[in-house]
Design a protein around this ligand. Structure first.
Ligand SMILES: NC(=O)c1ccc[n+]([C@@H]2O[C@H](COP(=O)([O-])OP(=O)(O)OC[C@H]3O[C@@H](n4cnc5c(N)ncnc54)[C@H](OP(=O)(O)O)[C@@H]3O)[C@@H](O)[C@H]2O)c1
Length: 317
């Protein structure tokens, strides 16, 4: 089968397909025929630095998510040909991932789905919509009557969050730091140009999904109403942690702070997401698509960060 294999720091321009054996199935694992996969920043981080870490098995096939069909169900109870998505839990790091025609994956990471969407649309869902869903419902306890602020909305996760929250019935205020991108968040009820200070500029926010991260987190905390919740999910601002964070002074009284980590998807949640997408006729947003033979182009696009929405790679074309 064709796959991407990396053992050392690999710039996008050096990414190439190699021919390797299809992995042999074993108990507790299933063999998946990969139809398409979405691309993620964490794969870029793996390629450009994390590959050197001792906990990464090498050579590694990157890819933290995919959409495909069961090729060999092993002892899973799933049927050959069942449509599935797979994501996270060490995929593409502790064990080989999705940049391949076939992937050998632990049963716990593989979720049967019912969807009549085309494969590339299904592939845009797992990591992005699971992260949006978990942030909105598990962490923010989103209700129809909420006014949701999405800070840093011009990213795949932001667009997905707008879709879900609007379909759920919430009022949505979305921000971007580029005036030219206000148009891209027009599906929100209000669009705000983010200059780093939203305090005093947005009103009535009961829940906030912060995708910019620690760079502006203190400001986000000051924007939500008393009793409101802030969920810290993204790090688009390039600041990963906060030194000198003073919870007593920086978190206003009766405002709640939480964070979401997408590492632990559950079958019920994935099934709920696909049911919600179907019920509300949501079309997962794709920013750019590539054929697997041009995986190098897809990696270059990921590294350049200029695509608006999810990058999807079609494997079985
Ligand atoms: N917590 C978790 O488990 C989890 C899971 C998945 C993703 N994430 C995080 O969520 C964020 C979004 O992920 P994604 O895959 O949806 O990203 P993405 O689609 O690749 O979006 C990247 C784009 O975000 C834009 N952006 C928007 N606001 C920005 C700002 N204030 N500063 C810098 N760039 C900004 C940039 O374009 P412009 O500068 O042109 O606007 C950039 O091209 C990332 O930080 C990612 O690491 C977290």
């Amino acid at each position: 089968m064709k796959a991407v294999l990396i053992s050392e720091i690999t710039p996008a321009e050096k990414v190439e397909l190699v021919e390797i054996d299809i992995p042999k199935v074993r108990p507790g694992w299933v063999l998946v025929k990969v139809k398409a996969f979405g691309m993620n920043h964490s794969e870029q981080i793996l390629r450009l630095s994390e590959i050197k870490a001792p906990y990464i098995q090498k050579p590694a096939i990157p890819g933290i998510e995919c959409a495909g069909m069961i090729e060999d169900p092993s002892d899973s109870g799933l049927k050959k040909g069942q449509r599935i998505v797979a994501l996270m839990g060490g995929m593409g790091r502790s064990f080989n991932g999705s940049y391949a025609e076939y992937a050998l994956l632990p049963i716990k990471n593989v979720f049967p789905i019912e969807s009549d969407l085309e494969w590339e649309k299904i592939a845009a869902v797992p990591e992005t919509y699971f992260t949006a869903w978990g942030s909105l419902f598990e962490c923010l306890d989103l209700k129809e009557e909420d006014c949701l602020l999405i800070r840093g909305a011009t990213c795949a996760l932001g667009y997905a969050s707008i879709q879900i929250a609007k379909a759920y019935g919430c009022k949505v205020i979305a921000t971007t730091h580029r005036e030219s991108k206000l148009e891209l968040i027009k599906d929100a009820d209000e669009q705000v140009l983010d200059n780093g200070k939203l305090e005093g500029r947005v009103k009535g926010v009961t829940k906030a999904l912060d995708l910019v991260g620690p760079k502006y987190l203190k400001d986000t905390l000051r924007v939500v109403n008393r009793g409101g919740i802030v969920c810290q999910t993204g790090i688009l601002g390039g600041v990963y942690s906060l030194n000198g964070f003073d919870p007593i002074k920086d978190i206003p009284n009766s405002v709640y702070l939480t964070g979401f980590f997408s590492n632990y998807p559950k079958e019920k949640t994935i099934s709920d997401i696909f049911m919600f997408i179907k019920k509300h006729k949501i079309s997962p947003i794709i920013g750019a698509k590539y054929d697997f033979k041009d995986i190098k182009g897809a990696c270059i696009a990921l590294d350049n960060g200029k695509i608006n929405g999810k990058i999807v790679v079609n494997v079985d074309v």
